[in-house]
Design a protein around this ligand. Structure first.
Ligand code: CMX
Length: 433
């Protein structure tokens, strides 16, 4: 069955559940908010709804109820590949069902018909200063395409909340199809002498991205793994929440995603993968290019902490163990690049950082997150320009946040508008005024 047809059935089945919850249980309490949570970035406050992924602090992420290894095992893969088609994953995130071979083929075709990026996007990128950060370029390109939005057009022509998910899906699929082309264009414009490879409409998304980047196999499989791993981490993280928040004003997917990508560009969020590499490269530089010993690494970590900086790639707002996205990438390295110098340093950090963060006594979670490993793999395949890494994260993250955008419109989710209080009001509530 075509993705859109299956999605329509799923939406019809799901809507009564939301209506019932609202009508019959609207007053039921889900939790309470403490002053610490109110001041501390709403940590742990249960106030968002998504069925696309769920993050357990100990187990890590589940996409549509499946762990990462289960997702990788269940979804259809290209022949000889270790990782599934991104297109099959998109079908799975939206419908909650593993697509058949035929459904996968149809979804791949649906994306292949959408890869063409308008020329004005390239012109715009070329007009930007060449030293603009790749994330600035990426977000600008997304925003520039807003004029193409079917959702915005649908709103202008008379909005219908029952069918709003349909133009949202159109926009979301156009975006997911075009982002790899835009990312590869930014990369080659900035770092590969401005020589480009046009997208190859006969390929799947992972192969096409590797082709446009100009990197041989198994980089196509790395791309599939990377985009799937970075896609979604439930709704409360900065990029997902921002996309959702902006979308809740019925801003179209282009506006919403561009905003979410800007959030991903923060060093406490997606930029941490760039920061990890920058930080490790600093260690190498200090030691004249030599692989550091454990003792040297220890000193460097303490120096970082004592100067008031965070150790990038470690800690998490929700997770309380090693991020399974880290473990997956580590497994990849152990299989394909065990002797890589950078991987060996990354492994040493895994042995040392948690014990130091514990001793330091601040971070609630001393274990590595996804960003501590991802740059190492890119570096191995020649993508050594680490300020590009967050763009790769962004191509993947778009898949999750846009799937959420489609469902948010399908379920008629409301304008987000939490209530703020003043400090005096909090003092009053605390009984200290
Ligand atoms: N190094 C040093 N200190 C750390 C730390 C780290 N890796 N992780 C947390 N801390 C500190 C925090 O800065 C905070 O200090 P203050 O009390 O002085 O503000 C304290 O420990 C408590 O923080 P927390 O409750 O454990 O963590 P938060 O939910 O506030 O923040 C995160 C989570 C990810 C921002 C934080 O762990 C961090 O800054 N990590 C490094 C950056 C990073 O890897 N970000 C990527 C996260 C994954 C992603 O979104 O891509």
């Amino acid at each position: 069955m075509l993705l859109k047809e299956k999605l329509a059935i799923k939406i019809e089945e799901h809507r009564p559940r939301i209506t019932r919850l609202l009508k019959e249980h609207g007053d039921t309490k889900v939790g309470e908010v403490t002053i610490e949570q109110l001041i501390g970035g709403a940590r742990g406050v249960k106030m968002l709804l998504t069925d696309i992924s769920y993050l357990d602090p100990m187990e890590g992420i589940r996409f549509r109820g499946k762990t990462i290894p289960e997702v990788f095992a269940a979804l259809p893969k290209p022949e000889g590949a270790d990782y599934p088609y991104v297109e099959a994953f998109w079908f799975f995130l939206l419908t909650g069902e593993v697509p058949t071979a035929e459904e996968t083929e149809e979804t791949i075709k649906a994306f292949q018909g959408r890869t063409c990026v308008p020329q004005y996007v390239f012109d715009l990128l070329r007009a930007m200063p060449i030293d603009a950060h790749p994330m600035t370029m990426f977000s600008t390109a997304i925003l520039a395409m807003q004029r193409e939005s079917k959702f915005a057009q649908f709103y202008q022509e008379g909005y219908n909340r029952m069918t709003a998910w349909e133009p949202a899906l159109e926009d979301a699929m156009n975006l997911v199809a075009r982002l790899p082309t835009i990312a590869a264009y930014i990369y080659r414009m900035k770092y590969r002498s401005d020589i480009h490879r046009s997208c190859n409409p006969g390929m799947d998304l992972g192969s096409n991205f590797a082709y446009m980047m100009g990197i041989d196999a198994p980089y196509d499989d790395v791309a599939r793994m990377y985009f799937i791993l970075h896609s979604d981490h439930e709704s409360g993280n900065v990029s997902a929440h921002t996309t959702h928040l902006v979308g809740s004003a019925l801003s179209d997917p282009y506006y919403a995603l561009s905003a979410g990508i800007n959030g991903l560009a923060g060093p406490l969020h997606g930029l941490a993968n760039q920061e990890t590499l920058r930080w490790v490269q600093n260690v190498f530089m200090r030691l004249g290019g030599k692989v550091p010993t454990k003792e040297e690494l220890r000193n460097f970590i303490w120096e970082t902490l004592n100067s008031g900086q965070v150790v990038p790639g470690y800690g998490h707002a929700v997770l309380r163990r090693t991020d399974p996205r880290y473990s997956q990438q580590r497994d990849y390295c152990l299989k394909h690049m065990p002797n890589d110098e950078l991987f060996q340093v990354t492994s040493m950090l895994y042995e040392i950082v948690p014990e130091i963060l514990r001793e330091h006594g601040k971070a609630k979670n001393p274990w590595p997150n996804v960003d501590a490993q991802s740059g190492v793999i890119q570096w191995h395949y020649g993508v050594t320009e680490y300020d590009f890494y967050t763009v790769l994260f962004g191509v993947g993250r778009a898949i999750g946040v846009l799937a959420n955008y489609v469902w948010a419109r399908a379920l008629g989710m409301s304008l987000e508008r939490p209530k703020s209080l003043t400090t005096a009001m909090l003092e009053d509530i605390a009984g200290i005024s």
